[in-house]
Design a protein around this ligand. Sequence first.
Ligand SMILES: NC(=O)c1ccc[n+]([C@@H]2O[C@H](COP(=O)([O-])OP(=O)(O)OC[C@H]3O[C@@H](n4cnc5c(N)ncnc54)[C@H](OP(=O)(O)O)[C@@H]3O)[C@@H](O)[C@H]2O)c1
Length: 273
Amino acid sequence: MHKLEKFNYALFGNPIDHSQSPKIHDFFSKQTGILHIYKSVNIPIGKFSSLVSVFFKKNIQGANVTAPFKKEAYFFSNKLTKRAKIAQSVNTLKKINNKYILGDNTDGIGLLSDLLRLKFIKKNFSILILGAGGAVKGVLLPLLSLGCSVYILNRTVLNAVNLVEQFKNYGKIFFFQDKIFKNKHFDLVINAISRNIEKKIFLPSSFLSDKTFFYDMNYGLKKTPFINWCSGIGGKYISNGIGMLVFQAAYSFLEWHNVLPDTDYIINILNKK
Ligand SMILES: NC(=O)c1ccc[n+]([C@@H]2O[C@H](COP(=O)([O-])OP(=O)(O)OC[C@H]3O[C@@H](n4cnc5c(N)ncnc54)[C@H](OP(=O)(O)O)[C@@H]3O)[C@@H](O)[C@H]2O)c1
């Protein structure tokens, strides 16, 4: 049983054992001096709405939401920020005046901030995204807004096609077909396939160049299969998703407390691990 009086911010997901978010938020709380006690809560599948309502009726002022509940959080929210509305996916909830719950999505600003920090992105880049799940919905708007052309490659074709349909009014977005785009070279490849999916080949090397940047939204104590693959094919510019995790957390903190915490120190600490 969780002692509700002991924490006022939470991460809701299933599973959440791997999460570094409590550590990041603990750091932000100490750095800013804001009382912000953040804990992970594993929510059983099918219980999101009923359990999260109880938490918000008690002590919880705000929460992050991770897989597989970002769509449910979108429907749970009473009001939405513009970016969450367009993404139809929510990773940040905030109780406003004890009256209603605002839903936001900070995944996109989190990814873009990290790509800019790494100098992995420029205006008008050609970007291939592997995967078409909740995280991709959150990140498409800022990438398209930068004038980048975004191509989606996904195991389930229909999910990729639906994403293209959802975002086609916001920029240049395509469903990737290797036969149609056979002469294409990508500036940036972003992996958003669920963590630890072992694949021998993520993409034929004909679509890459020696200047291609590789970004894995996943991260972990060990190198991810995607990062091992990138190294194996001679990729020079490779990053895991720790920076995105820290930046999306920082922008959630901003939403809750109107203060944007410093991110460099904690990114370095987590990367050293
Ligand atoms: N660094 C960060 O801050 C951050 C933020 C958000 C997410 N993430 C990470 O990004 C990953 C994706 O998150 P998500 O929320 O988008 O998850 P999700 O909604 O569950 O989507 C999972 C994606 O992986 C694909 N997939 C699953 N198993 C596969 C397999 N065996 N072969 C090929 N493709 C497979 C799915 O394809 P189908 O459509 O065919 O099912 C789908 O596109 C997660 O590992 C998550 O931890 C990191």
